[in-house]
Design a protein around this ligand. Structure first.
Ligand code: NDP
Length: 503
């Protein structure tokens, strides 16, 4: 299922997809212009009523097929994902397994989350009446995704939209569109009716056209682009859900299991070469355990292998997927150096073929430095010594972002207290990132990290219009509050109001 390019003379040039680990050209894909996107959206709109009418069970069956398909074809998936992102086989495997889990989760939970609700209202005017709340698909959902997880961060947001009975136009990042095209192939083989999922390949202008043609926008990407997406959507009053950037803090308390905290910091800052919105981006360590924590992180980092995607378990760090991102990483490390930080591991682009940045540990850092305040999205671990938990919390909250945070302490009560003081949509205690796979729990950023949530009941209801229906099965010819007004009835009404609320 290949998207067709615009055929007119001034059609945009095709998009070149390159392998970040080698620089090799992988393929060219069509760049869809606004007219081509409108055409895809029209096809999606035409297919939607049939898909909605098919019912939840039929839709769930398609995703159960997809769950098996993604596992049966895991090697194809890994070839595609790893070649266009440059991530390691193991990081690619995370995408495959999380996607499979997501398909099964929504197939199972959508009927519960979308079940019609019956209300018993507190309103005196609802006496003797019934109220039902139902969720009706919005129609066509536009899903715009980033390059860091082309399967999970683009298609996994389509899954609840489709399960709710919508059709979807998905725009993968122009950097990593091949996974999006493989998704279309998979879903067609798994029984998704023709037209229900459309893949619009292209860049920012293609994304803008998706916004213009859909009834709801699910966007994952940078805060800068998120603001543009919201402004564009405002023109047509199209609702949006935005999953944006992060600068996730990790707090290591003096009573933490330092070895676990250091292993977690190493893994959760450097997995996927740090290109994860919920990466550990900065670490605050209480003074008594600072030295032992830094020493353990350094020991861990020194043993890491880096290189092109290889066999399972062969390298820990892959490439930087997007050229401008490696420039951001370089800028942040240079800025830190210039402001007095010490680079105790890594700190440079790896020489030779491909786009790699060495795993990097920075100490003597503070909040005058970009590495502590701006999203780096790369394999860096800046570690800052703090006097106490209060200082750690103050610094953790000193950020425009509020996506996630983590706290490490052996005292769960104390860690819970710290979690509740942190300005972040999700907090993990003695863990980081794993909450992403807890699909039952809502996940969404505070502050500049987003609007709305993915996962949990709200993660599927957002793709629906909510309708409440009030039933009045037995009714007099005229209710007491109806015209014409009469003094005795007005007095009666006032007395009832006083009786109900005046005590
Ligand atoms: P971008 O914001 O650059 O791009 C995201 C998507 O938006 C891409 O498909 C891009 O297309 C598209 N786009 C660009 N301009 C427009 C526009 N004007 N209108 C509509 N769509 C547009 O993000 P990146 O791809 O660089 O991804 C990295 C960012 O994503 C980081 O900030 C990271 O934190 C964030 N992210 C957030 C997550 C979360 O859950 N909160 C998860 C993963 C990443 P194209 O690529 O073709 O230019």
């Amino acid at each position: 299922m290949e998207p067709s390019a615009a055929t007119h003379a001034d059609a945009p040039a095709p998009t070149r997809v390159e392998a970040p680990a080698t620089g090799r050209l992988l393929r060219e894909v069509p760049t869809l212009d606004a007219a081509a996107v409108a055409e895809l959206a029209a096809k999606a709109r035409a297919a939607q009523p049939g898909w909605e009418a098919a019912g939840l069970e039929a839709r769930a069956a398609v995703f159960r097929n997809a769950r098996k398909w993604v596992i049966d074809n895991a090697e194809d998936w890994l070839d595609t994902i790893c070649s266009e992102t440059g991530k390691t086989r193991d990081d690619g495997n995370v995408e495959v397994s999380v996607a499979a889990q997501s398909f099964g989760f929504w197939a199972k939970m959508a009927p519960k989350y979308l079940a019609e609700e019956k209300l018993r209202s507190l309103s005196p005017l609802a006496f003797g009446r019934k109220v039902a709340i139902r969720y009706s698909p919005v129609g066509v959902v536009g899903v715009i995704g980033p390059w860091n997880y082309p399967l999970v961060n683009a298609f996994c947001d389509c899954v609840p939209a489709l399960m709710a009975g919508n059709s979807v136009v998905m725009k993968p990042s122009e950097v990593t569109p091949l996974s999006g095209l493989l998704v279309a192939e998979m879903m067609a083989e798994c029984g998704l009716p023709d037209g229900v999922l459309q893949v619009a390949t292209g860049g920012g202008e293609t994304g803008a056209a998706v916004i213009d043609n859909c009834d709801f926008v699910m966007f994952t990407g940078s805060t800068r682009t998120g603001k543009r997406v919201m402004a564009r959507a405002a023109e047509t009053l199209t609702p949006v859900s935005l999953e944006l950037g992060g600068k996730d803090p990790m707090i290591v308390c003096a009573d933490a299991d330092v070895e676990r905290a250091a292993n977690a910091a190493t893994y959760y800052a450097l997995n996927n070469a740090g290109q994860i919105c919920i990466s550990v981006e900065r670490v605050y360590v209480e003074a008594p355990v600072y030295d032992s924590f830094v020493a353990k992180v350094l020991e861990n980092v020194q043993g890491l292998r880096q290189g092109p995607p290889a066999g399972p378990g062969e390298v820990e760090l892959g490439a930087i997927t997007f050229e401008p991102q490696i420039e951001t990483i370089e800028r942040h490390v240079l800025d830190a150096r210039e402001r007095g930080a010490s680079v105790v591991a890594g700190g440079r682009r790896r020489p030779g073929e491909g786009r790699f940045y060495e795993p990097t540990v920075l100490v003597d850092v503070d909040h005058t430095m970009k590495c502590m305040t701006e999203e780096t999205f790369g394999p860096t671990i800046p570690i800052m010594k703090v006097a106490d938990v209060d200082e750690a919390v103050r610094l953790a909250n000193d950020s425009e972002y509020g996506l996630q945070a983590s706290v490490y302490s052996r005292d769960m009560g104390k860690a819970d207290g710290i979690a509740r003081r942190l300005q972040a949509g999700a907090v993990t205690i003695n863990d980081s990132q794993v909450n992403f796979t807890v699909f039952d729990a809502p996940m969404g950023g505070w502050k500049s990290s987003g609007i709305g949530v993915r996962h949990g009941p709200a993660g599927i209801r957002k793709y629906c219009r909510t309708q409440s229906i009030l039933y009045t099965p037995f009714a007099p010819k005229r209710d007491v509050h109806m015209f014409p007004y009469r003094p005795w009835r007005s007095k009666l009404m006032s007395r009832v109001v006083r009786l109900l609320y005046g005590r």
